[in-house]
Design a protein around this ligand. Structure first.
Ligand code: ADP
Ligand code: MG
Length: 216
């Protein structure tokens, strides 16, 4: 089994992700209030609302143009560090899909790798720094390994989801090197990083969406 995701599918996945994030809005705010400034959910919500309000138009664009426009909206509508980081990640995804109309298994790996690279460069972050990059990196490593050993797309997507969740959970034991938690005396040890949690939620929704709607 393989999958194929077009721009309209991608926007439906973003709507699912927004629902999941919304259902956890107070939880996300409480995570960011503990070691940061409590605005992470508000920031992300503004961006998603703006993207989803434009989704009819975005859904008619080519895949790279849709990803680029999504990045530009993230960049302008999402406040805080996450706006710039998600913006850069989506612009990198647009570059990684140049000339493509659909996202398949290989293209998804290329997108996630490009997004992880962009966030690492823009945020001067590495895996282990207790940031959103930890869940994205966990997803990339698990997904790449699953594809490499010849797993089917469904198994590989489940590995991606599990890798993202494990990456987010691992931030609990990490000392923050980047982000506001790095200003805390205990570097946030014992608490999950909010950006890692929301990244894992989105990646989980992406895997679920693809499995439910795009496998052929
Ligand atoms: P801000 O920290 O500016 O208030 P948000 O609250 O929206 O922005 O986002 C916080 C999240 O952004 C953190 O939990 C972390 O995952 C991520 N983050 C912050 N700084 C960096 C960085 N330099 N590199 C990667 N991720 C970062
Ligand atoms: Mg914040």
């Amino acid at each position: 089994m393989t999958f194929s995701m077009d721009p309209a599918d991608y926007l439906r996945y973003l709507a699912d992700a927004h629902r999941e994030l919304s259902a956890n809005g107070d939880y996300i705010t409480s995570l960011d209030a503990k070691n940061g400034d409590g605005d992470h959910w508000v920031n992300l919500n503004l961006g998603f609302q703006k993207i989803l309000a434009a989704s009819e138009e975005l859904g008619t664009l080519s895949l790279p143009a849709m990803l680029k426009k999504t990045g530009m909206i993230m960049m302008s509508a999402v406040g805080g560090s996450s706006g710039v980081l998600y913006g850069s990640a989506y612009l990198a995804a647009a570059k990684a899909t140049e000339g493509k109309e659909f996202i398949d298994g290989r293209a998804l790996l290329a997108i996630l790798e490009a997004q992880a690279k962009a966030i690492g460069e823009r945020g001067q972050a590495e895996p282990g720094f207790k940031t959103m990059l930890d869940s994205l990196h966990g997803a990339v490593v698990a997904y790449r390994e699953a594809l490499g050993k010849g797993d089917g797309d469904k198994e590989a997507l489940l590995a991606l989801k599990a890798g993202a969740a494990a990456g987010a959970e691992a931030t609990r034991g990490m000392e923050a090197v980047k982000g506001r938690a790095s200003y805390q005396t205990n570097k946030g040890v014992g608490d999950l990083d909010p950006g890692a949690v929301t990244m894992a939620m989105q990646l989980g929704c992406l895997a679920d969406y693809l499995i439910a709607n795009c496998l052929k």
